[in-house]
Write a new protein. Structure first.
Length: 419
């Protein structure tokens, strides 16, 4: 584009000179020390002068091009190397995703001499080593990546904190993350989110409560995640209550939306029941069930023994009119009726609950009722059947599958729930 503009300017200049000298060619004399004398027409002199300027300009461009040729050749060669390295890195990433770790590491090693790709290559190599449980290689590659620069070191520290959390070492992760949170770095937002998760792992609810305003202010959490953290915070704070008085104070300090959550209500009610604060627990659970039906709250209601058991029984019978086949309701009715010594109603309720949905809790309640009425053989049979139900649940549940290796290992765990 520049050459075209320059050519148009020269052409215009030529045309201007030609029109100026048309009809008045004129002459020009060049004399150097009376020894060299040149005479020519003005038109020819102008053409020669313009041509000389053009030659000088083109010569300057040629010399500049020749002088920059090595640099441009070097840049071109480097670009080619970068393109090849990027392709090698991409191939290594593909192999890594496909689980071909050895091949991936060979490809990634080739790119670790490239300044632009060195960091990501070391990190991917560390990930490959982590997948193969090559801890020494993983740490070595992360150390190489960390030494590239301060921003890279921060990123590696965050990766190491995540690894510590994965390896169930939240104490070490906390130390690292709190140090990062105190530093002013561009990754502080990621650090704060990880720190919140670490506090949950460690059940450090006071620290999480202190951190929550910063997370919300900086809009670091999506609504769902923020609500989840708050929910865990409320449950955690209630779990820390040592006495029913502590639980009451904690409950009063919780926000109103927490008072509507069934599991929060259940946690608070359990604290009240364990402290024999039965009247408030009964009212809390009754109102919650009337407002929002929940089987877990119903099960808890059957464990509250207020001063007026007859009213409690009446409430459950009212609920049973709406859900006559609910085993949780029947179990709760059986427990309360047994506590009120309404033996017939208690027995029929518990037997119906077992017929609908056999459970260790229902068998245990029926066994206790039979033992209280002197029917020891039948009570033993109920406890035994409850043990069998709990054993089946333990065998089928993935998280408890390991305790099924031998009956000897199972018995203490299962009997704890039955008796």
């Amino acid at each position: 584009m520049k050459a075209l503009i320059f050519s148009l300017i020269l052409l215009t200049l030529f045309l201007g000179v030609a029109m100026l000298l048309h009809g008045e060619p004129g002459f020009i004399t060049l004399n150097y020390a009376n020894e060299w004398v040149v005479e020519t027409s003005l038109a020819l002199f102008a053409v020669a002068l313009i041509s000389l300027c053009l030659v000088l300009y083109l010569g300057t461009l040629l010399i500049s091009w020749l002088l920059t040729l090595p640099t441009r050749f070097q840049v071109r060669r480097q670009n080619r190397r970068n393109a090849n390295a990027a392709k090698t890195l991409t191939d290594g990433l593909i192999q890594l995703i496909q689980g071909n770790y050895s091949q991936a590491e060979k490809l990634l090693t080739k790119t670790q001499s490239n300044a632009d790709l060195r960091f990501i290559s070391h990190v991917l190599h560390a990930y490959s080593a982590e997948q193969q449980h090559h801890i020494k290689v993983r740490d070595q590659k992360l150390n190489h990546a960390s030494n590239i620069g301060p921003e890279e070191k921060t990123t590696v520290d965050i990766i190491q904190a995540k690894l510590l959390l994965t390896q169930q070492q939240p104490e070490q992760a906390k130390i690292l993350l709190e140090k990062l949170a105190d530093d002013n770095n561009s990754r502080k937002n990621s650090v704060l989110i990880l720190l919140a998760q670490t506090y949950v792992e460690l059940s450090e609810w006071s620290a999480l409560q202190t951190l929550m305003p910063s997370l919300k202010k900086q809009k670091l959490l999506q609504t769902t995640m923020a609500n989840g953290l708050e929910h865990q915070l409320w449950l955690g704070q209630l779990s820390e209550a040592q006495t029913s008085e502590d639980a009451i104070m904690m409950w009063q300090n919780l926000p109103k939306q927490a008072h509507k959550q069934p599991d929060i209500i259940a946690s608070y009610a359990e604290k009240l029941i364990s402290g024999n604060v039965n009247e408030p627990a009964e009212q809390l659970l009754r109102e919650a069930i009337n407002h929002n039906w929940n089987d877990d709250l119903i099960a808890l209601y059957g464990k509250v023994y207020s001063k007026n058991l007859d009213k409690q029984v009446a409430h459950i019978e009212k609920w049973l009119a709406q859900a006559p086949d609910n085993p949780k309701l029947l179990l709760a009715l059986g427990r309360l009726a047994a506590k009120a010594k309404l033996w017939g109603k208690a027995r029929s309720s518990l037997q119906t609950a077992i017929a609908i949905e056999p459970s260790a809790e229902a068998y245990r309640a029926l066994g206790k009722l039979l033992a209280d009425t002197g029917e020891m053989d039948e009570a033993y049979n109920c406890y035994n059947q409850g043990f069998q139900v709990l054993a089946k649940e333990a065998i089928s549940a993935p998280e408890t599958a390991e305790i099924t290796d031998t009956a000897h290992e199972q018995a203490p765990v299962l009997m704890k729930h039955i008796s």
